[in-house]
Design a protein around this ligand. Structure first.
Ligand code: NAD
Ligand code: AKB
Length: 314
């Protein structure tokens, strides 16, 4: 039996819904508590409604289940965040402080805090963006993640709280839909392709961004959380790379399998956000410290995405 009991906050989101199932497999369904803003009537396992802006509610669930690890996934992402910057800051920071404080006060042993490539701005080298570089994020989301990285390091240094973090690239999976990011086009495009619909892309055709297949992102998260404490040298957040491509390249990869697929371009405000993000990421520290290695490239991911979505829609 597992000695760990884990709580996922934001478990119904794009990553949370997939990570929760993986954690249930790893720790046993009894030892995983999923939570989100609203009830999930179809959920198999423990589910609790938690608004992470409510410190007392998080603490009550942590005490009730004897939680030893928290995966804090709740946040407002880059594109949605620009609709209401102050509210985004309020939610992203308040939920983070609540989780860190509940963890510290209740002897939770490990916390996972996701950061993002959104922490980088136009002052960072755009190609093979290094682990340590100047951070001048252009979105409120990026500012909140950059601050969150510093707070993660602070809680580790000041209180010894074992917070681990990854700067995820854009995540692409067939299992769930994204919730308001700039990289969401790279999920939507596959749904349109399998349904034989044309796709209008909100980014320019040559707007290259770092991306990762969901299966790799989940594996990275679990490998980082499993790594021995002494091997985690970066206490802000680790750069992580999967692949990099532009909209034109993902369309070409789809057309190798579905030759009739058509894409057009109608860039909107999200192009401006993407223009300030890296084109590719140097993740050597993650590779050296905890053995990170991606398994999927663009063609490998495209094959699986189209197969799985075709099954889902048939
Ligand atoms: P998502 O928007 O799909 O899911 C977030 C979940 O959090 C939602 O289910 C939402 O209901 C919940 N939530 C929002 N406010 C909440 C609150 N106050 N209390 C409790 N739950 C709340 O996001 P995601 O794509 O699954 O991302 C998860 C985390 O990973 C986020 O922190 C995000 O910044 C980070 N991240 C994601 C990506 C990506 O490409 N998906 C890339 C980089 C970083
Ligand atoms: C977004 O586009 O906001 C996210 C991210 C890269 O953080 N997918």
């Amino acid at each position: 039996m597992s000695s760990e009991t884990v709580l996922i906050i934001g478990a119904k989101g794009q990553i949370g819904s997939v990570l929760t199932k993986e954690l249930q497999l790893k720790f046993g369904i009894e030892n995983v508590v999923a939570s989100d803003l609203r009830e999930d009537t179809e959920f198999i396992g423990h589910f609790e409604v938690i608004d992470a802006t409510d410190f007392d509610r998080i603490e009550a669930v942590v005490k009730q289940y004897g939680i030893t690890q928290i995966y804090h996934l709740a946040a407002i992402l880059s594109a949605k965040g620009e609709e209401n910057p102050l509210l985004t800051w309020e939610i992203n920071m308040k939920t983070m402080f609540n989780v860190f404080e509940v963890a510290r006060k209740n002897s939770v042993q490990k916390v996972f805090y996701p950061s993002s490539i959104a922490v980088f701005g136009d002052a960072a080298p755009p190609d093979a963006t290094p682990q340590s570089t100047y951070l001048n994020p252009s979105t409120v989301y990026g500012i909140s993640k950059s601050a969150g990285e510093n707070w993660s390091e602070y809680y580790f240094n000041r209180y010894g709280l074992d917070i681990r973090s990854i700067r995820y690239p854009g995540i692409i999976g067939y299992q769930s839909l994204p919730g308001g990011g700039t990289t969401d086009y790279a999920v939507d495009i596959y749904h349109k392709a399998v349904n034989e619909e044309d796709f209008s892309c909100f980014l320019d055709k040559d707007s290259m961004l770092p991306m990762i297949f969901m299966n790799d992102a989940i594996r990275a998260t679990i490998e980082l959380m499993d790594a021995p404490k002494e091997s985690i040298k970066t206490r802000s957040s680790y750069n992580l790379a999967g692949m990099s491509f532009a909209p034109e390249e993902i369309a070409n990869a789809i057309q190798k399998i579905l030759p009739n697929f058509k894409i057009s371009y109608a860039p909107d405000f999200r192009q401006e956000i993407a223009a300030n993000w890296p084109r590719s990421i140097d993740d050597s520290d993650a590779r050296i410290d905890w053995g990170w290695k991606p398994q999927y490239d663009l063609d490998g991911m495209t094959k699986v995405m189209l197969e799985k979505l075709k099954e889902q829609y048939s």
